[in-house]
Every structure is written in C-alpha cells, then in structure tokens.
Design a protein around this ligand. Structure first.
Ligand SMILES: [Fe+2]
Length: 443
C-alpha cells in the first residue's frame, strides 16, 4: 500500500505517497527489462535519499540515508540493492542534535559520488561515508586523517585535472572552508574563506580556473530549530554574494559579486567566457521567509560576473519550476550546451517531468511522466565513443503507483521526449530522494 495523507492522520509530504520510507533492504539479481539496455553500459547507478527507519522525521532533509543501486553489465541488469548507510544515528528514532554534531555520525543521505576509486555517501554537515560497490558501509572517510571537518554533498570533480574541489560550511566559525583533493584522492589544500556569518551553503561550482562560492542569506536560528525542523530562515539583512576564487587561491583572492537576494540549492554548471564567469542555477525567491506557506518553485537563471569590471548581470532562462540540474560529468566547469532538469509538481517536490535545455537558446525538449508516475533526479550517462555532447542516456528511478514499485528508466539523451529505450523493473519501491551518480567500471 502507498501511504497517503488523511484527515485523521495528516502526514507531511516527506512521509506520504512515494516520499514515504521503505522498511526492508532488498537484493535481487537478473532483473526483468522491457526493451534493451545498451551493452556498452557497464557499472552502477546509485541514488541516495532520506529514509527514516522509524518512519518518523522532522524534515525531508533530516533522516538517515538509504542508497538504491542497479548494476548493469552486457545488456543485463545484474542486480538491484537498497542499503542503509550504517551509522549510530540509525538506532535513534529521531537523531538528537548532539548525536548529529559528531562529524563521523553522518546521516549521509544527500549524494553519492565516485572519486579516486572511492565511493562516498555525503551529507553536508558530516564527514563523507565510504561505501563499497555493493553498498556495504565502510565507515567515515577522512582523506587519510587530513579532513577534520564536514564536507558538502556537492563536491565538483574537474573532468580535465581529475581534482575534486569542495567546501564545508558551519554556523559557527570558521563559517566557510575550501578544500581541494588531487586526482589520486590526496587532500592537497584547505583554506578558511572569510565571510561575515554562517549561512547554509548547499552547493558550489567550478570553472577551468576558479571556484565559485555562494554566500546566500539562509541562516541558522536556534530558536526555530528548537521548535523542530531545519531551524533555518531567510535573513533580510545578510545580502547575497557569489565569490570567485582561483582554485589554488585563498580568502584574500576571492572577488565577491553582490546579487539580488535569493536562495540557490543547486547550480547546473559554470564556465569561463572571456572576462566573464557564467553560473547557471535554480533560483528561489521567498524561500524560508516569514509567512512562507509552501516553498517557492525554483526557476532556472543565469548570472554573468565580469572579473575585469566587477559587474554582474542576472537573467531568467525559464519560468518552469525545475531543480536537480545536471550536466555530463565531462562538462562540469566547462562551456556546455545541454543541461538536464527535473520538473516539480506545484505542491510538493514530486518530479513529474524531465527537461533538456539547449542553454544558448533556452529552448527545451521534455519527457512527461504518464499515469501518475513520478521520477527522481535524472543523471546523464555518456555513450561509448560519443561524438556530440548529448550522445548518451538519462537515467532515473520512476515510481509506478499502479504497481507500487519502481523502475530504472533509460532515456536516449538526444531524444528525451521518446519512450525509454530500456525500463528495468525493480522488486520494490524506490522513494523519491535526492542525488546520485553513474559510476562506470572504467572509473
Ligand atoms: Fe542537493
């Protein structure tokens, strides 16, 4: 049965319908497939999400993480597995603030990335948690003892140098810290970045030569936290800035650009264009302001920052409510043409469609989910020997309410409006979740 809201038992959206957790860890081999999995796809698709073992959670973002994975090999889906990230927090019905404060006690629910042969499950206020290819938890990952602080769930891996660039934020000083790991996974730089206060910095971005920090006015409020939930609010006084720093620079090198106050959970990509640094992302206006009834829908925007003149311009690319923006891993920090997003429903962050934006024009092609089916973030997977940027596939978990089970769908990224080229039928429901990665065997 699906869990739905009733007058007698009102549940917040994150415990309702396909946001509700699943309570078993399942393993199934040799999955049934409709149509054809490309034989070139060899690796694993992993996606993370919040899955409270108690069935209770104060907020969508605050529950322990569960990874859902599918392995593909030789045109077959060889297995599906879902596994909790093992953490002491699993033992607590609602993890206390004190337990969460321990760096190694990660809910690890937000993202899962591969770098330097490691697979890391990430949540932004904790250390990374290493997992194996078959989703067994190996434990907190500290870059050989060098990382003694929390790590964002949105590191960026440079497709040119192989470096992983990331940061951590805190509501206590130091508020913002930058880190750079080499292609082989050695932590080679850590810098405290001066900002005037602690703000929730969920994502950041890179270009060929720079990193871009987002110092946006969502602040922590202990009084709100004591009332339950995330304990964050929009601060009218704080202002909003984007900071550009050479990748090997330090706090003194950051050039800050004031922008219209807003919040940005997720950036699509960034790149250099002459004297300008361009950042594309999903912009929220009115998020966590006093009197917010429901979260506003994020809209795709572009900011252009001129490093010579200090000028910044902002423009809206589309009016549709979209998030989970992704580009091919090979285009992260590079000029690019196509960006992929998921469209949210009006009342909850339920994914109802996928969109492919031709960024220079803002035109889009779309894949609308039918018959009440709902999706998840869509991840671009390159084709073997591809010659154009969109030679590849989009993968996403899609929930079918009629079957109360989910599929992993594979779309042709060149023609996302078409029916999936493959639908891999899973033995269980995959709840709506957050972010994931395709980690090829060749990586
Ligand atoms: Fe995120």
């Amino acid at each position: 049965m699906t869990i739905s809201e009733t007058a007698a038992d009102p549940k917040p959206f994150w415990l309702s319908d396909n946001f509700a957790p699943v309570f078993s860890e399942t393993t199934e081999h040799e999955l049934s497939v409709t149509r054809t999995i490309p034989t070139e796809l060899k690796g694993r698709y992993f996606r993370n999400g919040a899955n409270p073992p108690s069935g209770k959670s104060e907020d969508w973002f605050l529950a322990c993480g569960m990874i859902h994975g599918v392995e593909l090999n030789g045109g077959k889906a060889t297995w599906y597995r879902n596994r909790y990230i093992q953490t002491p927090l699993l033992e607590e019905e609602t993890p206390s603030q004190e337990s969460r404060m321990k760096l190694e006690n990660s809910i690890a629910n937000t993202h899962i990335v591969g770098h330097a042969g490691k697979i890391l499950a990430l949540a932004e206020l904790s250390l990374p948690i290493e997992v194996s290819k078959d989703l067994e938890t190996r434990g907190p990952y500290t870059f050989g003892g060098k990382l003694n602080a929390n790590m964002t769930a949105h590191p960026k891996i440079c497709p040119i140098t192989g470096e992983m660039l990331f940061f951590g934020y805190s509501f206590m000083p130091p508020f913002l810290t930058y880190h750079r790991a080499s292609a082989s996974g050695e932590l080679i730089q850590t810098e405290v970045i001066d900002v005037k206060g602690g703000t929730m910095a969920h994502d950041f971005n890179i270009t060929e030569n720079y990193v871009i920090f987002m110092d946006l006015p969502i602040v922590f409020d202990m009084k709100l936290r004591m009332e339950g939930g995330l304990g964050i609010r929009f601060d009218d006084e704080y202002g909003a800035r984007l900071g550009i720093m050479p990748r090997n620079g330090n706090s003194e090198d950051v050039i800050w650009f004031e922008i219209d106050p807003c919040y940005i959970y997720h950036t699509m990509n960034a790149y250099e264009d002459g004297d300008e640094v361009v950042l594309d992302g999903c912009r929220l206006v009115g998020y966590m302001t006093e009197g917010m009834v429901k979260p506003p829908l994020p809209k795709l925007y572009q900011w252009r920052m001129n490093l010579k003149t200090g000028a910044v311009t902002e423009r809206q690319i589309d009016d549709l409510g979209v998030d989970f923006p992704r580009v091919p891993d090979s285009k992260v920090g590079q000029p690019y043409r196509y960006g992929y997003t998921a469209e949210f429903g009006q009342d909850t962050p339920t994914v109802v469609a996928f969109h492919k934006y031709d960024m220079p024009t803002g035109n889009k092609t779309s894949h609308h989910l039918k018959n009440g089916r709902t999706g998840s973030e869509a991840v671009f997977v390159p084709a073997a020997n591809g010659t154009s940027e969109d030679d590849g596939y989009l993968m996403s978990y899609v929930y079918d309410p009629a079957a109360d089970k989910s599929d992993l769908i594979i779309l042709d990224a060149k023609n996302i409006e078409n029916d999936p080229i493959a639908v891999i039928h899973l033995p269980a429901r995959v709840p709506a979740g957050f972010h994931g990665s395709w980690i090829a065997d060749s990586e």
